[in-house]
Design a binder for this molecule. Sequence first.
Ligand SMILES: [Zn+2]
Length: 56
Amino acid sequence: MGNKPSKCALCGSDLGAFTYRPMPQWNISGIICGQCYDKKLTEHYIAPDRRDVTKR
Ligand SMILES: [Zn+2]
């Protein structure tokens, strides 16, 4: 059939024309909507876990 998943893997809302592929480190299988992608992106850039900073 080749049907692509048409719902966001995070919030479950219907995906329109714009789908986003989550980054591997987010541990999300499937595709997500722009809102969730945006949210995740923000979380990962602003989240207070200092992966790189602690190396100094
Ligand atoms: Zn979503």
